[in-house]
Design a protein around this ligand. Structure first.
Ligand SMILES: *Cc1c(COP(=O)(O)O)cnc(C)c1O
Length: 393
């Protein structure tokens, strides 16, 4: 069975997920039958427009917000860009604020956008501290808030290390100082109840393909009254905040995927979390010089991430792929990057640990037998990876 490569095992649900067949079914008519441009005034256009507005309402109902507070984008990355660039530019224009505050463990769509705003647009970039689990608290954030703060961005559920931040509490301190808060909830929305009447964030990023929706679609929650400039200009779609003909089938798919995911959280969490907990305990038990990265409890239900001393993460991924297991290392979507991830270095890990990271993320299709097989293969793979690394060192 171990060498049966027809039975490949996907353990990289934090990177992407298959589209739920119920979502696909709902999307299909909007590729062919209902194809009109939603901006057109005729019957064809109006039918597409109605589908978009139904999707907007569906998302608003799930998140306990108003439909006009949802903008559709091309994905989590664009939502992050629109939130940071749009809020930073508009806040500077209206009240001269020129500082951006993020954490050192943000997704690159936030981290690199904030750095670009500093490098090319004259903003000052500051970092809030994180603890050894990569978590940030309201007490960390509050003293850093100033009238000159244009926007704060703090990740809700971390893609790389799984840690969940207390964004509701962080939002309270930001609101008390009248500072805008953006949170990237692309992972969190797939694994945690998300009620935006309880989280007073001003801007929240969502994405389709991490929650069994399609790729290339996302949404940005923009709380009513939040100052925002568009970053894509042209037609007046999405309340004039995001130009371009709306992607009707993908919008329909995102709404359906989010609604299904959020409705089924309670029934899917127990099984997935039990498998994840067993995986973590057994990896740490079986493999010397191994640690869990990220918070042991306040973490996404399907997420495990490790560091192994003296291992090259890219090599580790190739060895695992050779055994039929798809995992990831660092935050990089690409292998072959020898640099340890910034997120792991921010936790205070030494480079010889941070280079040997492994992320194993489970999904609803993951079985006990697959986890068992993974656990039987991993110790030997780590041994091989360590031997390879000591030869090249
Ligand atoms: C995947 C991901 C993104 C990027 O979303 P895309 O839709 O792939 O652009 C942003 N933030 C987090 C936390 C993610 O996991």
């Amino acid at each position: 069975m171990v060498s049966d490569f027809s039975s490949r095992t996907y353990l990289d649900y934090a990177a992407s997920t298959p589209v739920d067949p119920r979502v696909l079914e709902k999307m299909l008519p909007y590729f062919t039958d209902t194809f009109g441009n939603p901006s057109s005034t005729h019957w064809y256009g109006q039918r597409s427009e109605a589908a978009i507005e139904a999707a907007r309402r569906q998302i608003a109902d799930v998140l306990c917000i108003q439909p006009e507070e949802i903008l559709f984008t091309s994905g989590g990355s664009e939502s992050d860009n629109l939130a940071l660039r749009g809020a930073a530019w508009m806040t500077r224009e209206t009240r001269g604020a020129n500082q951006i505050l993020i954490t050192p463990v943000e997704h690159p769509a936030v981290a690199k956008t904030a750095r670009a705003l500093a490098a090319h647009h004259g903003f000052q970039l500051e970092y809030a501290p994180v603890d050894t689990f990569g978590g940030t608290t309201p007490q960390d954030v509050e003293p850093l808030l100033r009238t000159s703060t244009a926007v704060v961005s703090i990740i809700h559920g971390n893609n790389e290390i799984g840690t969940i931040n207390p964004v509701a509490e962080i939002a309270e301190v930001c609101a008390a100082s009248s500072v805008l808060l953006h949170t990237d909830a692309v992972q969190a929305a797939a694994h945690l109840p998300l009620n935006l009447s309880k989280i007073r964030a001003d801007l929240v990023s969502l994405g389709g393909h991490k929650l069994h929706g399609p790729k290339g679609i996302g949404a940005l929650f923009v709380r009513r009254g939040t100052p925002l400039l568009p970053i894509l200009t042209g037609g007046s779609q999405e309340f004039g905040l995001r130009a371009g003909t709306s992607n009707v089938p993908l919008i329909v798919g995102l709404a359906e995927a989010l609604a299904i995911t959020q409705a089924e959280l309670a029934q899917t969490t127990g099984k997935i979390m039990a498998m994840r907990n067993k995986l973590v305990a057994e990896v740490l038990e079986a493999i010397p010089d191994s640690i869990l990265t990220g918070h042991p409890e306040a973490r996404l239900r399907n997420h495990s991430s490790f560091a192994f001393k003296g291992v090259n993460g890219s090599e580790l991924l190739m060895l695992l792929d050779g055994q039929g297991f798809a995992c990831s290392s660092g935050s990089a979507c690409k292998t072959g990057n020898p640099e340890p991830s910034e997120t792991l270095l921010a936790l205070g890990l030494a480079p010889e640990w941070a280079s040997g990271s492994l992320r194993v993320t489970l999904g609803p299709q993951t079985t006990d037998a697959e986890i068992q097989r993974f656990l039987s293969v991993l110790p030997g793979v780590i041994e091989t990876a360590r031997a390879l690394e000591s030869q090249t060192a």
